[in-house]
Design a protein around this ligand. Structure first.
Ligand code: SF4
Ligand code: SF4
Length: 371
């Protein structure tokens, strides 16, 4: 059975597969308990990962976990999206009905069900822990899982199944060279505060999609983090790009992703900042669908990126965004104008202050003017 399942997974485009038992992952519960504040949004909110630490919560009849690995670094990403949109988000790895990745998952699930197994999938299984235990990866100090020969640019899907499959039960392991801390040094916010520990509330990636969006997450991106977000609009790859374990993959000559090459100019911060709903649905959402279900989050992040670019040519676009109907967009745009500074920014902020009703936006404008 394991051989049949493996062959089918590889046939439909997955790159590796492993099996482990459906026993709970007590170390995950312990880690969440230890870092309760930073992970409150995971434990209590959308993902309920503390429950998923026991796969039988996902599927009461679970006996095994099947772990699928998908390498998303098979085509070259457009250079203009580097340091702006994380590779995982450019890869369109979404489970939606009309998405290729979602179709692969459904085919795989059907295959298991046709062989008499019940299959449980939830938004969050302890995928990284399951991958390690199933022997298809090892941890990096940056908290990502590395697939042998592929590096960390891999998507992991863990399915709880009722079938009894020959399990691997490996202990958590790492193949990081002794003394390496390049990922920690590359992290601009200090989110990676020690090997294997990351504070999501300081992580750029989390702030691009979680803050103000996920239930239980903070509402506002702290000013200190905004300044360190650089040009990131969705995700952040810095601690993976800096890693010697990814070096060979990053240096590979790959064929460009033709679809993304065409779309890339439409995903620039200058194009996203003042987009309307039609533009979002036609050009943006099909690529950047995922954790952000409303365009205002991408507009917010585009404003921050333009502010950090410190480019006075962006001031007229930001001035326009000060009239956006979303309070969130106006607030961060005011911050961006303050960061760029100069006479034109000041004029745009003073003009916006006269017509602004929202106390929160007014406070951002005043703070920007004071800078
Ligand atoms: S994704 Fe970016 S901000 Fe988050 S830990 Fe890695 S380098 Fe730091
Ligand atoms: S940069 Fe070094 S310490 Fe960090 S994950 Fe890569 S090999 Fe490990």
């Amino acid at each position: 059975m394991e051989r049949q399942i493996r062959e089918y997974a590889l046939d439909i485009g997955f790159d590796d597969i492993g099996f482990t038992s459906a026993d709970p992952f007590p170390q995950l519960t312990e880690a969440l308990e230890e870092r309760r504040i930073g992970y409150k949004w995971v434990s209590d909110g959308l993902l309920q990962l503390s429950n998923a630490a026991d796969p039988r919560f996902v599927l009461p009849s679970a006996k095994s976990i099947v772990v699928l690995i998908y390498d998303y670094h098979k085509q070259a990403y457009p250079p203009e999206l580097a340091n702006s949109i994380g590779k995982a988000y450019q890869s369109r790895l979404y489970p939606g009905k009309k998405r290729l990745f979602g179709s692969r998952l459904r085919l795989f699930k059907d295959f298991l069900q046709e062989r008499g197994m019940e299959v449980g999938v939830r938004p969050a299984m302890p995928e990284r822990q399951a991958a390690i235990r199933a022997g298809v990866g090892s941890f990096g100090c940056n908290t990502f899982v590395y697939s042998p020969g592929r590096g960390s640019y891999v998507a992991i899907v863990a399915l709880a199944v009722s079938g009894e499959l020959e399990p691997k039960m490996l202990e958590a392991s790492s193949d990081c060279p002794d003394g390496c801390r390049q990922c920690i040094d590359a992290c601009p916010t200090g989110a990676l505060y020690e090997p294997y520990k990351m504070d999501p509330l300081r992580c750029i990636a989390f702030n691009t999609y979680g803050t103000g969006n996920f239930p239980g997450a903070p509402e506002v991106i702290p000013v200190e983090i905004r300044e360190k977000m650089g040009s990131w609009i969705y995700g952040c790859d810095l601690c993976q790009d800096a890693c010697p374990r990814n070096k060979i993959r990053l240096e590979q000559k790959l064929v460009p992703d033709a679809f993304l090459e065409k779309r890339a100019p439409k995903l620039a911060p200058t194009a996203l900042l003042n987009m309307d709903q039609r533009y979002y649905l036609e050009f943006v959402q099909p690529v950047l669908y995922g954790y952000m279900w409303e365009k205002k989050f991408l507009q917010r992040n585009a404003a921050i990126a333009l502010g950090n670019r410190n480019d006075e040519t962006a001031v007229s676009l930001l001035g326009r965004a000060m009239k956006d109907p979303e309070e969130m967009v106006r607030s961060y745009t005011a911050w961006a104008l303050g960061r760029i500074g100069g006479a034109a920014s000041k004029k745009a902020l003073e003009g916006a202050l006269k017509s602004e009703d929202s106390p929160a936006v007014k406070a951002e404008i005043v703070s920007a003017l004071n800078r």
